[in-house]
Design a protein around this ligand. Structure first.
Ligand SMILES: CC(=O)N[C@H]1[C@@H](OP(=O)(O)OP(=O)(O)OC[C@H]2O[C@@H](n3ccc(=O)[nH]c3=O)[C@H](O)[C@@H]2O)O[C@H](CO)[C@@H](O)[C@@H]1O
Ligand SMILES: C=C(OP(=O)(O)O)C(=O)O
Length: 445
């Protein structure tokens, strides 16, 4: 039995090559989309992460036969026997992931009924689902909140609607896409999120026969169709994992080649990387290579910067936590304004325990006042650097904070114990093997 502690002997640069596969935040949704198809779907390059296991389990409970395909990392979904699942069995997955909420549209179309367990996901804010439920109701769904989860029906089927999101939520945009593709009539979604993972989900749905137009200014129009077929899809690579290893290379003064990383999805990250003094080199995909990006610390001092997290094409909130560890090594005062989640800076306490100097504030310290400004949320941070990081025992609070703790422990002199590392498996495939490949000295405690 493995314990949930990683002992990290830090202070050595990470050097070497690792590979990223399909994006966590696309793969799990493409798996849900498979439910909509009348024929089998094939998804390639699926990483072995916890969120994939959870969605696979939920699909299987609903009668979907999920098998490994011929290619390594390929999953095949056979939807010929979709059926209602037992609520107690669904509830085994309660509190484990955010993806179950996206089953609403596909299950309503297939079965006329959906039961959604309590959601999980990172504890980085309230994470309400009011936009999801409001959009579903406007499309004809009836939502009943029960003590064990949401019971949703659509007595007259789902129909198209015009809906404007109060904020460009990724999940709510995906909710509308997955519900509207087979609804009666046209749906117009305004203020939609346009993250690369959403564009890739649209690509999946188009392969299935959906008609979706992406207009300028965050407007997406979906013409409902009566049937969808299965798909074959190779997902976009995980730009969050790629950025995490890039930040680790900087924080440890190392040199990491991230095979599979793609420039197009990481433009904003790469700009910041350059500004603070990191170096990178892009290898485009070629006839014999999937391409990738080499990230390294070129020597000398890193420079402080100011950044605001934002919806795409802004600096992604999921890049924030790993990047802050690199910023502890930059000379001067860096400012981070987190505008996507109200409580995503709590992890900085552990970094301070390791020798960082990070002060968090309620005020909006960025150029743009955000939704959290006058609402008492600690959502801005000032990082004074460079700091010499020292080993400590830390407990991982969530996925990206977990990776940031790990990077800090790798950068710190001495031996740290990082508790709760299993959480990292929710979004990082094989991270211990990758650490070993990069020369890190770690072992289970
Ligand atoms: C599985 C997955 O893809 N997770 C990603 C997804 O999360 P997720 O889809 O949950 O994030 P959202 O984009 O929906 O959330 C953004 C903001 O909108 C708010 N909101 C959202 C829905 C709603 O009904 N009401 C509401 O107020 C949230 O509280 C948050 O403040 O996008 C986030 C933003 O890029 C990423 O950090 C997550 O990694
Ligand atoms: C916040 C994240 O994920 P989730 O939405 O699954 O909690 C993340 O991947 O950083």
């Amino acid at each position: 039995m493995t314990t949930d502690v990683l002992v990290v002997h830090g202070g050595a640069p990470l050097h070497g090559e690792i590979r990223v596969r399909g994006a966590k935040n696309l793969v799990s949704k493409a798996m849900v989309a498979a439910l909509l198809g009348d024929g089998p779907s094939h998804l390639y390059d699926v990483p072995l992460i916890r969120d994939v296991e959870i969605v696979r389990g939920l699909l299987e409970l609903h009668g979907v036969k999920v098998t490994d395909g011929a290619e390594h990392g390929e999953l095949v979904f056979d939807t010929s026997n979709v059926e209602r699942a037992n609520v107690d069995e669904i509830n085994v997955h309660a509190g484990s992931s955010r993806i179950p909420i996206l089953f609403c549209g596909p299950l309503l179309h297939k079965l006329g009924h959906a039961f959604i367990p309590d959601l999980g996901g990172c504890n980085i804010g309230g994470r309400p689902i009011d936009f999801h439920l409001q959009a579903l109701r406007e499309m004809g769904a009836v939502v009943d909140k029960t003590p064990s989860g949401l019971d949703i029906t659509a007595p007259n089927g789902l129909h198209g609607t015009k809906f404007e999101l109060p904020y460009p939520s990724v999940g709510a945009t995906e909710q509308v896409l997955l519900a509207a593709v087979r609804a009666h009539g046209v749906t117009e979604l305004r203020n939609a999120a346009v993250e690369p993972e959403i564009m890739d989900l649209i690509a999946v749905l188009q392969k299935m026969g959906a008609i979706i137009k992406v207009h300028t200014d965050r407007v997406i129009e979906i013409e409902g169709v009566s049937r969808l077929r299965g798909y074959k899809h190779r997902p976009i690579p995980d730009r969050i994992e790629a950025a995490s290893w890039a930040a680790a290379a900087l924080a440890t003064q190392g040199d990491v080649y991230v095979r599979g990383a793609r420039q197009a999805d990481m433009m904003t990250f790469l700009n910041t990387y350059t500004k603070i003094g990191g170096a990178f080199e892009i290898e485009d995909p070629g006839p014999n290579s999937i391409g990738g990006i080499r990230f390294w610390h070129p020597g000398g001092e890193l420079r402080a910067t100011a950044l605001e997290t934002d919806v795409h094409p802004g600096f992604m909130t999921d890049w924030q936590q790993p990047m802050v560890v690199a910023l502890t090594q930059a000379r001067g005062l860096s400012i981070v304004h987190e505008t996507v989640y109200e409580s995503r800076l709590g992890y900085t306490e552990a970094l301070n325990q390791m020798g960082a100097t990070i002060q968090v504030y309620r005020d909006c310290l960025g150029g743009t006042p955000c939704r959290f400004g006058r609402r008492n949320f600690m959502h801005s941070a000032v990082i004074a650097g460079p700091s010499k990081l020292m080993a400590a025992d830390v407990v991982i609070p969530d996925l990206r904070a977990g990776f940031s703790h790990l990077i800090a422990a790798l950068a710190a002199e001495g031996t740290s114990r990082v508790y709760g590392v299993e959480l990292i498996k929710r979004g990082y495939e094989d991270f211990e093997a990758k650490l070993a490949a990069l020369g890190a000295s770690v072992e289970r405690g």
